[in-house]
Design a binder for this molecule. Structure first.
Ligand SMILES: *[C@@H]1O[C@H](CO)[C@@H](O)[C@H](O)[C@H]1NC(C)=O
Ligand SMILES: *[C@@H]1O[C@H](CO)[C@@H](O)[C@H](O)[C@H]1NC(C)=O
Ligand SMILES: *[C@@H]1O[C@H](CO)[C@@H](O)[C@H](O)[C@H]1NC(C)=O
Ligand SMILES: *[C@@H]1O[C@H](CO)[C@@H](O)[C@H](O)[C@H]1NC(C)=O
Ligand SMILES: *[C@@H]1O[C@H](CO)[C@@H](O)[C@H](O)[C@H]1NC(C)=O
Ligand SMILES: *[C@@H]1O[C@H](CO)[C@@H](O)[C@H](O)[C@H]1NC(C)=O
Ligand SMILES: *[C@@H]1O[C@H](CO)[C@@H](O)[C@H](O)[C@H]1NC(C)=O
Ligand SMILES: *[C@@H]1O[C@H](CO)[C@@H](O)[C@H](O)[C@H]1NC(C)=O
Length: 527
């Protein structure tokens, strides 16, 4: 009699090998009675789910690339009772490749749906802090670690995952998927660009593409404040956002507290128009302040995007409506890129480690570089040098997806128009660049803008929680997603139905139809 899968969950069952990798340790432990509650937010493209009493084989492999002095851990969960015959690898976030809470939430969700699932730590740990691994010594970047995060760990993980599945179930996965957002979205694009035959379907949300420009942009509002030597109260920035929402909300014909036409909003709403207005300020215990001109300069620069001092634009801006300060409860504690930290003595800048450490550790290679006192030409130069040194390693800006398309791959990207970290324009531009090379792009790549959605989750929108099953239907049945249902949150805690449309189409409300809360009154039209 064949041994059961539960009995097969032991190290001797598995014989993975990856060219260029040396396995240091393999563990296989049966996990039983495993339960988890997975909120929709942390699944990105699938509905909330309760995982109950799961039984799976937890296989962890520690390995190194000989000579590189790295130590990477991949962790695979292979369901014992309900395998759906499919493989789903999940992505990381921020400075982390995987094996952190968001990856584990995604794996819990994948497991609930019957997938065999996997994550990797790329050898760099699980902290939103690159200082433990960025430098080999002062002045010297650990390029192997960066390369592992950027690309190599992704191929390794996939080869390990597919082999473990073959070893355990005695057959290959029928279909293989990637599912990630932010860093995980960047990983998804890297896979489509550099390892185009690995995955049949890729869900790459809010991808951190053009990393070498994006990551300095995350520091850009702080740089502007440093140059002004003025750090506005959060209430000033939040009031400018609120004024933009009031002014631009109705541009799509529906008043719902959400800016759906962000380009039109940038073009028509002037942040300087509200300078001098009094606002109640939580950072001042509720006393009033007037919106300063400096606050408007910061907001203008954040929306318009990053420029060299001589004027050339180097990156897009996040759009009006995005939470600049991270103060909104709907931002789930994700920091705003223009955040300041205020006490009775006034405010100072509050920079994300993503931007500041990129400049310090990877470009200047100097942990003591004071990024708060850079003159603009120094900042410009760091941006330029970063692009020169790292674009090919980590930027995922190659628009030639011919190989991925020819291998039969399908890719779906969504991006919240209220993303407060990664500008949706970067995704739009990448998509347009692919379309220039491959005009029939919609045959294999579709991009959905999500009005009101924050960075991967949060903001005034629910998740595009149908997209993952739509990706599956596209991969497995050839049914391409023509639209996708979503719910938005209105200010008074009500939700309404909306639809997302494949770019360049956008959702348009039929005023004759009347009910903005009904998906029937919305259609996808050319913009
Ligand atoms: C399974 O887990 C649940 C809660 O997670 C617990 O109440 C129950 O006692 C566990 N059952 C066994 C057999 O361990
Ligand atoms: C939990 O799963 C195990 C293994 O599949 C099964 O034997 C057991 O009956 C399940 N318990 C409950 C309460 O569903
Ligand atoms: C899987 O095994 C690894 C290594 O022992 C452990 O760190 C991890 O927590 C385990 N995961 C689960 C879900 O048990
Ligand atoms: C607003 O941003 C644009 C684009 O970067 C810039 O040209 C303009 O000078 C800014 N306005 C002010 C008043 O800072
Ligand atoms: C804000 O400043 C206080 C006092 O200097 C400090 O303790 C705190 O860590 C800072 N918070 C952030 C988010 O930077
Ligand atoms: C707000 O009030 C608290 C408690 O009274 C005090 O510690 C704090 O300094 C005040 N903040 C400002 C900005 O005045
Ligand atoms: C593919 O189509 C079949 C038949 O309509 C359906 O049962 C199945 O669920 C579809 N698969 C996916 C992944 O949508
Ligand atoms: C909206 O929901 C939040 C969280 O559930 C709650 O704290 C708040 O009071 C609600 N607001 C209204 C107007 O019902």
């Amino acid at each position: 009699m064949a041994i059961s899968l539960a009995e097969a969950c032991r190290p001797a069952t598995f014989s993975p090998s990856v060219f260029g990798a040396e396995i240091l340790k393999l563990e296989a432990d049966l996990v039983t009675n495993y339960s988890a509650s997975v909120p929709e937010a942390f699944r990105y493209t699938a509905p909330a789910v309760e995982l109950q009493n799961a039984t799976f084989c937890n296989v962890t492999i520690s390995y190194t690339h000989p000579g590189q002095d790295d130590n990477i851990v991949v962790e695979a969960w292979l369901p014992v009772d309900n395998w759906n015959g499919r493989f789903q690898a999940v992505g990381g976030g921020g400075w982390v490749a995987g094996r952190f809470f968001l990856s584990y939430n995604a794996m819990n969700g994948a497991l609930a749906d019957g997938f065999a699932t996997i994550t990797t730590n790329a050898g760099i740990g699980d902290a939103q802090d690159s200082s433990p691994w960025a430098l080999i010594s002062p002045g010297n970047v650990n390029l192997y670690n960066l390369q592992n995060l950027a690309s190599v760990s992704l191929e390794d993980e996939a080869v390990f995952g597919k082999t473990l599945i073959k070893n355990f179930y005695g057959r290959d996965p029928e279909y293989s998927y990637w599912n990630g957002c932010s860093q995980g979205g960047r990983q998804g694009l890297m896979l489509a660009q550099r390892y185009p035959t690995i995955y049949d379907g890729i869900a790459a949300g809010a991808p951190a593409t053009q990393w070498t420009e994006l990551v300095p942009y995350i520091q850009w509002p702080q740089q502007i404040m440093n140059e002004l030597d003025y750090y506005p109260y959060g209430c000033e920035l939040d009031a400018i956002t609120a004024a933009a929402v009031s002014a631009c909300d109705g541009l799509d014909g529906v008043t719902d507290g959400i800016i759906a036409r962000t380009d039109e909003c940038v073009a028509t709403f002037d942040p300087f128009s509200v300078v001098g207005t009094s606002v109640k300020c939580p950072q001042l215990n509720g006393t009033e302040v007037q919106i300063s001109r400096e606050a408007a300069v910061v907001v203008n620069a954040t929306w318009q995007g990053m420029l060299f001092s001589h004027g050339r634009q180097t990156f897009h801006g996040i759009a009006p409506g995005a939470d600049l300060t991270g103060n909104s409860p709907r931002s789930f504690g994700q920091p705003g890129i223009a955040a300041t930290n205020c006490t009775a003595g006034g405010c100072v800048g509050s920079a994300s480690t993503l931007g500041s450490q990129w400049l310090q550790l990877f470009i200047a290679k100097n942990p003591n570089l004071d990024v708060t006192s850079l003159e603009r030409h120094e900042f410009d130069n760091l941006v330029r040098l970063g692009g020169q040194q790292y674009r090919s390693i980590v930027s995922t800006a190659d628009p030639d997806l011919t190989e991925f398309r020819d291998a039969g791959g399908k890719i779906i990207t969504f991006h919240g128009l209220a993303d407060n970290i990664i500008p949706p324009k970067a995704t739009e531009n990448y998509y347009n660049a692919v379309a220039e090379i491959l005009p029939n792009i919609q045959d294999f790549y579709r991009y959905f803008e999500a009005p009101g959605l924050g960075h991967c989750f949060g903001g005034s929108s629910g998740q595009p929680n149908q997209l993952f099953s739509q990706l599956r239907a596209w991969v497995e049945n050839g049914t391409a997603p023509e639209r996708s249902n979503i719910k938005v949150n209105l200010p008074e805690n009500k939700t309404q139905d909306r639809i997302l449309c494949p770019y360049p189409e956008q959702a348009e409300f039929d005023t004759q139809c009347g009910d903005a809360g009904s998906e029937k009154c919305w259609s996808c039209v050319a913009r």
